[in-house]
Design a protein around this ligand. Structure first.
Ligand code: ADP
Ligand code: MG
Length: 139
């Protein structure tokens, strides 16, 4: 059975650009229920932990620095087929190749500053949700 949750982060530049509300509106209009939500600033070592599957890639260091450079908003999103449907809603990693109307096309600046994170599998969605939220913080 497909999992019902995915984990998103609204990335620092999107918060700075004033697009938090616009992005949350797109998410809710697409039928996702927000079942946990918080604003926080990751420490560098926490960003490194979150993205450790990418350790060794050339984009790892600038990515983890960028992600710890300002506040993010993390959220657990709930919907049938959440992981796949959310990846469709956000679009390709590189905003310039993302489909029209997707969150990354609308609010992403470049391949690194691409507005939002979305889990890539049900297993990673669970791991990432546990990274940010205790059971007491989920509704
Ligand atoms: P996605 O977020 O679409 O799942 P990845 O998991 O491959 O993409 O990469 C994680 C994040 O690392 C991306 O969202 C983006 O911020 C950054 N990133 C990935 N590839 C590149 C790249 N070639 N250049 C710069 N940043 C990148
Ligand atoms: Mg990914």
């Amino acid at each position: 059975m497909k999992g019902r949750i995915t984990l998103t982060m609204i990335k620092p530049h999107a918060i700075e650009d004033g697009n938090l509300g616009n992005i949350l509106a797109k998410i809710q209009m697409a039928g996702f229920k927000i079942s946990a939500l918080k604003m926080l600033r990751l420490r560098l070592n926490q960003a490194q932990e979150f993205y450790k599957i990418h350790e060794g890639r050339d984009f790892y260091k600038p990515l983890t620095e960028f992600m710890s450079n300002g506040p993010i908003v993390a959220a657990i999103l709930e919907k049938d087929n959440a992981v796949e449907d959310f990846r469709k809603l956000i679009g390709a990693t590189d905003p310039s190749t993302a489909q029209e109307g997707t969150i990354r096309k609308l609010f992403g600046l470049n391949t690194r500053e691409n507005a939002v994170h979305g889990s890539d599998s049900d297993e990673n969605a669970r791991i990432e949700a546990d990274f940010f939220f205790s059971l007491l913080e989920r509704y």
